[in-house]
Design a protein around this ligand. Structure first.
Ligand code: ADP
Ligand code: MG
Length: 393
């Protein structure tokens, strides 16, 4: 997605005031009525309407007059609110080139006043569509809880908290710098994703480091769940950095074994194929019996899981509370049954109160856990139900 930050320069105080008013209105409106935006923004002499026109021109809001005259934020509008907040905080003061387009994010360089370059990850859960989420969307259309921007914000919060906790425990991850709305600022990782690295000087050392990290993660109670050559960065000295954490789950997840084995298998397969490492050949043991290396070689989840501890204290300290963590665990477990009852949900009482956090956290988990689904479809930008957040600093 194009991020023309030059537009930022042309936006006035009033522009941001109205943009923030739209964001606030989206707490309980999918499309915020013009009168409400005007009431929140409190600009004189019908100024709000003129400003809305300008925001629309720059694609920061989307106009919808199908039911009533109203607006909602676009991702770009949300990006600008986050960027503006972070610039005001002095976290950085310039946006540079795009570093990557992830499955559910855009990554840019940002530059601090002293010239230091950092990485900015903008989460975009609306980009990828899954069957499950589509079904949910129809069901939750009228609910404030159904909220794409809120989901992106939750993903960013989770990623930031996990990155910080992992860093504090000496895992090779980027340094977590700051977080606002759907945006995470972290240190720039030198090098490239492993998928782009054709040759390694010491593939066995890199392999051991990576596998060691997966095992140590599990010992701490966590599984990455998307551990592959796209989420492992490697620099010229073959130093490894692990990225991309919003989909991580606890070892107490009912599918933990499967996710762990899948992460491990991914690494074995990639190293065998790309760097011709061999894990599969048979060896003779001391009795001359053939031992299947594949059988005995893989780290065993059941062994690791016995002694694993949790990172919840550290996660609480970085803004992702113990409650959040417990709730996530509970919801991930409930997730399994969930897939079977989509058909029934549409007939439910539309006025039921839904716990906002519950529903959204559940959706977040279900989104990420299906990340590997090959049949993903791109959602139309206009169809992403962009919604609200609650910090307006
Ligand atoms: P997604 O969740 O969308 O897959 P990732 O966090 O994996 O997003 O990032 C996508 C790509 O952006 C990565 O493959 C990498 O090339 C680049 N990238 C992400 N974070 C950083 C970083 N801190 N420093 C440098 N490049 C990064
Ligand atoms: Mg990734």
């Amino acid at each position: 997605m194009k991020l023309d930050v030059n537009v930022l320069r042309y936006l006035s105080k009033d522009d941001f005031r109205v943009l923030t008013a739209v964001e606030m209105g989206m707490r309980n409106h999918e499309i915020v009525p013009c009168e409400l935006i005007d009431r929140i923004a409190r600009l004189k002499h019908g100024g709000t309407y003129k400003v809305l026109k300008n925001l629309l021109k720059h694609k920061l809001v989307h106009h919808d007059a199908s039911k009533y005259d109203g607006f909602r934020l676009t991702y770009l509008g949300y990006d600008f609110l986050a960027i503006k907040t972070l610039v005001n905080r002095g976290v950085f003061n310039g946006v540079g080139r795009q570093l990557g387009v992830g499955k559910e994010s855009d990554i840019f360089e940002v530059i601090k006043e002293d010239g230091t370059v950092l990485a900015m990850k903008l989460h975009r859960l609306g980009r990828v569509s899954f069957r499950a989420v589509k079904a949910k969307r129809d069901y939750l259309r009228h609910r404030r809880s159904y909220n794409w921007l809120y989901l992106s914000r939750l993903a960013a919060l989770k990623e930031f908290a996990f990155m910080k906790a992992l860093e504090e425990h000496g895992f090779p991850v980027p340094q977590a710098v700051d977080c606002n709305r759907h945006c995470v600022i972290m240190s720039l990782v030198p090098g490239y994703p492993l998928v782009q690295v054709k040759e390694l000087q010491n593939p066995d050392v890199v392999f051991e480091t990576i596998l060691g990290a997966v095992i140590r993660l599990a010992e701490y109670g966590l599984i990455h769940c998307d551990f592959n050559e796209f989420n492992i960065m490697i620099d010229d000295d073959e130093k490894v950095t692990i990225i991309d954490f919003p989909q991580m789950v606890s070892v107490s997840h009912p599918n933990a074994q499967m996710y762990f084995d899948r992460d491990v298998e991914c690494i074995y397969k990639f190293f065998a194929k790309r760097y011709n490492m061999s894990f599969e050949e048979n060896e003779n043991d001391s009795d001359g019996l053939e031992v299947e290396m594949e059988e005995v070689g893989r780290p065993q989840f059941s062994e690791i899981n016995k002694n694993s501890g949790f990172l919840d204290k550290e996660l609480a300290a970085s803004g992702f509370t113990k409650n959040d963590q417990q709730e996530l665990e509970k919801l991930i477990e409930g997730e399994l049954e969930e897939h079977s009852d989509f058909d029934d949900e549409g007939t439910g009482d539309e006025d039921d109160e839904v716990d906002i956090n519950d529903t959204n956290v559940k959706q977040l988990e279900s989104l990420h856990l299906e990340k590997e689904d090959e049949n993903r479809q791109v959602v139309d930008e206009n169809d992403d139900n962009s919604q609200a957040v609650d910090d307006h600093d």
